[in-house]
Design a protein around this ligand. Structure first.
Ligand SMILES: *Cc1c(COP(=O)(O)O)cnc(C)c1O
Length: 363
């Protein structure tokens, strides 16, 4: 006898990447920033007072919103703070999708989207990405046919790391019937020379919500803080109705302000990740492990020899204490590994392990 609702009993939950207890493990499996958060973050933590913990926090996280509005050149009511980007994914579904209505997903992408759709009782309309992971030209028309009130686009794309140019995102948002959520969890790692900037789209389009997180770019995955940018009419119902009251705790608000204010520190970590990304990609290619050009903090490498070889390499690395991510159940990903960019030392340990396992130990 089960007390669960029928559709929840039938579904599987999201499977997170492993969080090993062994402190010597090289963790390249969940796309954390390999560098510690800003020293200003640790100062802010130490400055938390008992009084701040005794009282409820600012209900709308107004201090954080003010910093974000300034940072992005938007009005405060175009910004909302959430308890991790994942909270926003759930909120947009609750706010904009009637149970049973379809949710558009560019496929493959973040495996949490279909899980949240299932929770809501909504079928997913998967739009397969092209072989180079680009968005197909007819994606908007197909989502229109499906009457999808909400569509998720992760950009830069996960798990490939490729970037959809802003013009293409705008075209998709224009062709869609409903709201487009542009999940920019990894946008901080985009090469600034590309001039990628989604904020103009937020200002111009009535149906675009951008997700950002402090988990990756600001080295704060343990804190749980993210935010939404969007038109006032999209932000307001989430802010005043569907969100939990006090969704962002007092410590998170204080720390988020410190992290966001120290842009210089964060930007330096992004620069180092980009530098290592370029170097690691070249070296992996030399080992026969090709990956598409990534604007994110990970690479999706193809393992010659197909799914069996990929599974074996994944397990072999884990035995050596190097964790990477393997998505065995998706046909297009089963011959690939997703590897987070680590520090130079972590990447060296990864490469040593790979050379050993690929039988190129002498090279
Ligand atoms: C990390 C991530 C998020 C948000 O993560 P939080 O830690 O909940 O802020 C959202 N989308 C994608 C694709 C991610 O990788």
């Amino acid at each position: 006898m089960s007390y669960e609702r029928a559709h929840i009993r039938k579904m599987h939950g999201y499977v997170p990447g492993k969080q090993p207890t062994d402190p010597t493990a090289i963790k390249l499996n969940t796309n954390e920033n390999p560098y510690p958060p800003s020293p200003a973050v640790m100062d802010a933590l130490r400055a938390v007072s008992p009084e701040e913990l005794r009282k409820y926090p600012s209900p709308f996280a107004d201090g954080v919103r003010a910093v974000l509005a300034e940072l992005h050149g938007l009005a405060v009511d175009q910004v909302m703070v959430v308890n991790g980007g994942d909270e926003l994914l759930r909120l947009v579904i609750t706010t904009f999708v009637e149970p049973g209505q379809s949710i558009g997903v560019l496929d493959p992408s973040y495996s949490l989207y279909p899980v949240l759709a299932q929770l809501h009782g909504s079928p997913v309309v998967p739009i397969p990405l092209a072989d180079d992971w680009s968005v197909p030209d007819d994606a908007g028309a197909r989502l229109d046919d499906a009457h999808a009130p909400l569509t998720f686009l992760v950009n830069p794309h996960a798990p490939s790391g490729t970037l959809v140019p802003i013009d293409r995102v705008r075209a998709l948002a224009t062709a869609l019937p409903g709201v487009l959520v542009v999940d920019e969890a990894y946008v901080d790692f985009v090469d600034p020379a590309l001039g990628h900037d989604v904020v103009a789209l937020v200002k111009a389009m009535p149906n675009v919500i951008v997700l950002r997180t402090l988990s990756k770019g600001y080295s704060l995955a343990g804190l749980r803080c993210g935010y939404a940018l969007g038109a006032r009419e999209l932000i307001a119902p989430m802010l005043t109705k569907t969100r939990d009251s006090y969704n962002v705790d007092a410590v998170a608000q204080r720390v988020a302000i410190a992290a966001l204010t120290d842009q210089e520190y964060a930007r330096e970590t992004w620069r180092k990740v980009r530098e290592e990304r370029a170097r690691l990609r070249e070296t992996l290619r030399g080992l026969g492990l090709e990956s598409p050009p990534s604007q994110s903090n990970f690479l999706l490498v193809r393992v010659p020899g197909g799914p069996t070889a990929a599974a074996k390499l994944h397990a072999g690395l884990e035995e050596k204490g190097v964790l990477v991510r393997y998505f065995s159940s998706d046909v297009r990903l089963a011959d690939k590994l997703r590897i987070t960019i680590g520090t130079p030392e972590q990447n060296r340990r990864l490469l040593d392990g790979l050379r050993d396992l690929l039988g190129a130990g002498a090279a």
